[in-house]
Design a protein around this ligand. Structure first.
Ligand code: HEC
Length: 107
């Protein structure tokens, strides 16, 4: 587990330059370090990235805001902007500005 954390930290540091770029690029970097290990085959019951991409942005943000089951222990510490960036990365659909949060353009 310690070793896994060290690897994850390394990945987070490698991905760091992407965080300077807001929007789906940042969402992609977050997906790689926070979601991929379960959603790209690590956990058989976790829907694949293609299935996540077929959801609506609001649904993904809602799941990340009120996580249940395995997700509950997995997605802490994401800001509202992080969640929206991840959603747009997955769906490739833009989100309008809402509740003081900036619009997120799909790339
Ligand atoms: C520890 C493993 C794990 C991690 C990490 C994880 N998930 Fe999940 N996720 C699951 C599992 C398993 C499910 C299926 C529902 C359940 O069993 O809780 C799920 C369900 C979901 C759903 C609901 C899909 C639907 O059709 O209702 C979304 C959206 C989702 N995850 C997005 C994410 C995102 C985005 C991240 C990263 C920020 C993430 N998950 C990180 C395991 C994980």
């Amino acid at each position: 587990m310690v070793r896994t954390s060290a690897v994850l930290l390394g990945l987070a540091l490698l991905a760091a330059p992407a965080f300077a770029e807001p929007g789906p690029a940042e969402g992609a970097a977050l997906y790689d370090v926070r979601c991929k290990m379960c959603h790209s085959g690590g956990i058989p019951t976790a829907p694949t990235i293609d299935k996540l991409g077929a959801l609506e942005n609001d649904k993904i943000v809602d799941v990340l805001t009120n996580p249940t089951g395995m997700m509950a222990s997995a997605v802490g510490g994401l800001s509202d902007e992080d969640k929206r960036n991840i959603a747009v990365f997955l769906t490739k659909k833009p989100m309008a500005a809402k509740d003081g949060l900036p619009a997120v353009a799909a790339e």
